[in-house]
Design a protein. Structure first.
Length: 587
């Protein structure tokens, strides 16, 4: 799957849209609230390659807007509108989801509603997307509905509109019923300003920082990390954008401090696991070209001057002896894992032949994975090859640590194939990344770890990687989210991989309110805020829009903000007033 699409899906599942109005409906079921200065719906995420999706002022069932999806002829695209339902309100209930849809020249597909509930592991409990009864052809405004019993064990409920094929579809006036009673969408006020009391109280929970630059200067401002981290041995550093120079530099500064002062000795990044491990050959032994190794980690966002600076610092830090290792835990490609197996059994013709067969299966996965007639036979062959490889590893003369590493590469291949097969990619990916990190930790039981990943992955909620790690590690796992008020960042967008301006932090967002402290860089102690339960920080313990960018920008996502309780997501938040774009390395 296209990696940019994966990041889009990740944001799709966890983000909400924005508006600068005085108040908003928490679900925006009628699409009347829109993103500031755009024709995009607030509180919804829109997705789909090759689909034009926007609010339509002219054609609507009622009110000011409907949501319009246009798919050109012969493009066979899919458009999707996604929202989330509050678990505490809808779990364990009979839910009816109604909506009005109009279609024009819809062919080779349909327009409909969809509703889905997942359990704590990300497995689907119930799902309906009107696949057999959606609207096609030409239809005047028609009300359609889905009825579903939502399990009490549901932990994630998503809903919205879907349009596949070609033509035009409009959506409007969604309604929800719980056990036959109409659900009334609450009106949530946007907070305009912090009062003097609120600012005074908030200052008790912030720790100003001297700089984000790892300049080798005074680090006394970072001494607070000893108190915040305590005896925890796994520290996760997030990032609101995969392309912010200041965030990368701040993380570099923290990593250096933790390694030099707190004996943190393993760095683990959101990058393809086998390829990331190859960087360790340079960091520890000076082998290879660090620029090529960075590009080899599969993701453009690590191929920056800022990440290269971290790598080069690690190499200098290891000059006298090994003091820090470079690892990774992602699983979205198979090439590196196959290469590791091939290198280990070079010259063994039987194993080489099996690996060659495996490469054919994996390289052509898109041709057979969705063809029922071929899938069963290919999967039997795939499983047979992996069993052969696992046996070959176990019976080889390799050292125990080498065997463990090769078996882990077999796991990466299995995880990759599952990711291609599933329709719940984000949950599977995050659980896999958590398992891969735990494997690294188990191989290094006496080490301390710094994790580098997007905010979404390290957060302690929603069956994401951080949730799994928090359950397994307890207080041994500490998280630092990152955000910024304004500026720009590197991202994929309408103009390709380049610089994009950040959307303004509008009234009521976390960043808009934190900027009123007039502190350019600081750590916010969310853990103490949550524990102390002060009435002057109540606003911060409620649901707030806060920034999320990821790897996409410039129109590739419908928003840069999500609506959540940030005190449940992170232990601490690092605020940087202004972001500038990361500096990309030439290939």
């Amino acid at each position: 799957m296209n990696k940019n699409l994966i990041f889009l899906i990740a944001i799709l599942l966890f983000s909400q849209c924005k508006n600068n109005s005085v108040s908003h409906g928490s679900l925006n079921l009628d699409f009347e609230n829109r993103v500031h200065n755009s024709l995009l719906p607030r509180m919804w995420h829109i997705g789909g390659e090759g689909v034009n999706i926007y609010l339509d002022k002219r054609e609507k069932h009622s009110g000011k807007f409907s949501l319009k999806m246009e798919i050109p002829s012969q493009s066979n695209a899919d458009g999707r509108l996604t929202g989330r339902l509050p678990i505490e309100t809808f779990a364990g209930k009979n839910v009816e989801f109604k909506g009005w849809i109009k279609t024009q020249n819809v062919q080779n597909g349909y327009a409909g509603l969809w509703l889905r509930a997942d359990d704590a592991t990300g497995q689907t409990l119930s799902f309906d997307n009107m696949h057999e009864r959606g609207l096609s052809g030409n239809n005047a405004w028609t009300q359609v509905s889905i009825k579903m019993d939502i399990s009490e064990s549901a932990k994630n409920i998503r809903f919205g509109g879907v349009f596949t094929g070609e033509g035009t579809a409009w959506f409007d006036n969604f309604e929800l019923y719980i056990n036959g009673e109409k659900y009334i969408d609450p009106i949530v006020p946007d907070k305009k300003r912090l009062s003097r009391k609120e600012i005074s109280e908030l200052r008790n929970y912030i720790y100003p920082l001297r700089t984000y630059n790892p300049d080798g200067g005074n680090t006394s401002d970072l001494d607070i990390l000893s108190k915040l981290i305590g005896s925890s041995r796994v520290v996760a550093l997030g990032e609101v954008s995969h392309g912010s120079s200041e965030i990368f530099k701040m993380k570099n500064r923290i990593i250096q401090y933790l390694a030099e002062n707190k004996d943190f000795d393993i760095f683990s990044i959101e990058a393809s696991m086998p390829e990331a491990y190859r960087m360790n050959d340079y960091v520890v032994h000076g082998k290879g070209d660090p620029r090529q190794l960075i590009w080899g980690m599969q993701y453009w966002m690590w191929a920056t001057e800022e990440v290269l600076d971290i790598v080069e610092w690690m190499r200098r830090f290891n000059q006298s002896k090994q003091r820090i290792k470079f690892t990774g835990f992602d699983m979205q490609s198979h090439e590196g894992a196959v290469s590791e197996l091939l290198n280990a059994f070079r010259g063994n013709e039987n194993v080489e032949n099996k690996i060659a067969d495996l490469k054919i299966i994996l390289n052509n996965v898109s041709l057979w994975i969705h063809r029922e007639s071929a899938r069963e036979n290919v999967m039997k062959q795939f499983n047979s090859i992996l069993s052969f490889l696992q046996h070959s590893i176990d019976t080889s003369a390799l050292q125990t640590s080498e065997k463990a590493w090769l078996q882990q590469n077999v796991v990466i291949i299995q995880q990759y194939l599952k990711s291609v097969k599933t329709d719940n990619l984000v949950m599977l990916r995050d659980k896999s990344m958590a398992n891969n990190f735990m494997w690294i930790k188990e191989q290094n039981p006496n080490s301390k770890f710094v994790i580098w990943a997007h905010n979404i992955h390290i957060m302690k909620a929603d069956q994401l990687m951080g949730h799994h790690l928090a359950q397994k590690l307890g207080d041994d796992y500490v998280t630092f989210g990152f955000t910024f008020f304004d500026g720009s960042f590197s991202a994929w967008g309408n103009d390709g991989l380049t610089v994009y301006e950040a959307a303004p932090a509008y009234r009521g967002t976390l960043e808009y309110l934190l900027n009123q402290l007039n502190e350019p860089i600081f750590i916010l102690d969310l853990r103490r805020i949550k524990a102390n339960n002060s009435r002057y920080t109540e606003w911060l313990r409620q649901r707030l829009d806060y920034r999320v960018v990821g790897a996409l920008g410039g129109g590739r996502v419908s928003n840069e903000f999500m609506n959540r309780k940030i005190v449940n997501d992170f232990d601490y938040l690092i605020f940087i007033r202004t972001s500038t774009p990361s500096v990309l390395l030439p290939r």
